[in-house]
Design a protein around this ligand. Structure first.
Ligand code: SAH
Length: 355
């Protein structure tokens, strides 16, 4: 919901200031319409119904993967594409409902040009507003409860940090605590520093993808501005300040960054400085979702060997579960394809595989 417009509409209708909070609380609970907002006067509900859409985003497509992952392609009021993914994990121990994690976008497109990333090949649109970020979460909240959020969709959250943090302030109302919210960055140091100062206990993830500068600059041109050693240092400082472990994302590209020596170099970079220092970093090895880039994903065996090498050298590492492979669920894939195949991207279901 456009929260600014909500306040303006309420003020124009002579409503008391607490109404905005009242309406938001219903929206955050996932109600599907104004009719359900029983403590809001009926006349006002009707007026809101006419003047204020429940979401600032329009759904342009949806794809469901066999593993339960759902990806939504949205459009903003001014026609900018963005996408959001819901990942459902089964809780194997109890058979109960497991984690429900949403992967949200912070920008339409991205001004950075990481060579392996589908979003990086799209035109940059603009920063998303706080309401547009929250409406991604609410779209899925209207389907089912959600409890984790990662800013790993389109865009670089640190380039839109005011709106990202304002959205984070409200995520607990939707059911997502700050401790279950992760902001992922290419290593934009001013943003990392600001996040370290921010009172919310949010988590930080750093996209490193290479253990040395030459290769990292090839994969991620932003490395020229914020080189690897400085990014890792900022990660250590974040830990010193917040006492929250930092995730390192490392997308596994065959023959590019997946060799044994590269695992050792990464371990050297991330290992505790002193013997008894805590482990600041935890590496997430990400199987590559092939895009139209020239890169191919590392084999399952290479990923496992890379992980073993890291762990042997004192760095914790996990291999990320692949989700939504069959629906192009990697960052930017759906919207990028939509942009190429249908310039008039408002055509419903224009994205491949979307029903
Ligand atoms: N700009 C931020 C957040 C968006 S990308 C960042 O870079 O961290 C979130 C993660 O998805 C990043 O680690 C990115 O490198 C990774 N990613 C991008 N394209 C991918 C693909 N095709 N397959 C797997 N991971 C990908």
């Amino acid at each position: 919901m456009d929260l600014q417009l909500l306040e303006e509409t309420l003020a124009a209708n002579g409503e008391p200031p607490f109404r905005a909070r009242q309406v938001w609380e219903w929206v955050a609970k996932g109600v599907g319409g104004y009719a359900q907002m029983t403590n809001v006067p009926a006349g006002l509900r009707e007026r809101l119904e006419q003047e204020l859409p429940l979401s600032s985003l329009q759904v342009r497509g949806e794809a469901k993967a066999r593993d339960g992952t759902i990806k939504a392609l949205f459009e903003t009021g001014d026609g900018r594409p963005l996408e959001t993914v819901l990942m459902r994990y089964r809780d194997s121990s109890s058979g109960a409902t497991g984690r429900r994690s949403i992967c949200v976008s912070s920008q339409s497109g991205c001004p950075l040009t990481c060579s392996f990333c589908a979003t990086g090949s799209m035109k940059f649109g603009r920063n998303l507003t706080t309401s547009e970020i929250l409406d991604q979460a609410l779209h899925f909240r209207r389907m089912e409860p959600v409890d984790h959020c990662v800013f790993m969709g389109m865009g670089e959250p640190m380039l839109n940090l005011d709106n990202v943090l304002a959205a984070c302030e409200r995520l607990p109302d939707i059911g997502i605590s700050h401790r279950h919210t992760t902001i992922s960055t290419v290593g934009w140091i001013p943003g990392i520093e600001r996040l370290a100062e921010c009172p919310m206990p949010l988590r930080l993830a750093l996209s490193l993808h290479a253990p040395e500068d030459v290769l990292r600059s090839e994969l991620m041109p932003v490395n020229e501005r914020y080189p690897l050693a400085d990014v890792v240092k900022a990660g250590r400082e974040f830990y010193a300040r917040k006492r929250r472990r930092v995730f390192v994302e490392y997308v596994m590209l065959a023959g590019v960054n997946d060799r044994y020596e590269q695992a050792l170099a990464l371990a050297r970079l991330l290992a505790p400085v002193e013997r008894d220092d805590p482990k600041v970093f935890k590496v997430n090895l990400i199987p590559y979702n092939p895009t139209d880039s020239p890169f191919g994903g590392s084999s399952r065996e290479s990923i496992a060997a890379f992980r073993t090498a890291l762990e042997k050298h004192g760095v914790d590492a996990t291999v990320r579960l692949t989700r939504g492979r069959d629906i192009d669920a990697a960052c930017g894939q759906l919207a990028a394809r939509n942009e190429r195949s249908a310039p008039e991207s408002s055509a419903p279901g224009a994205a491949t595989g979307v029903s």
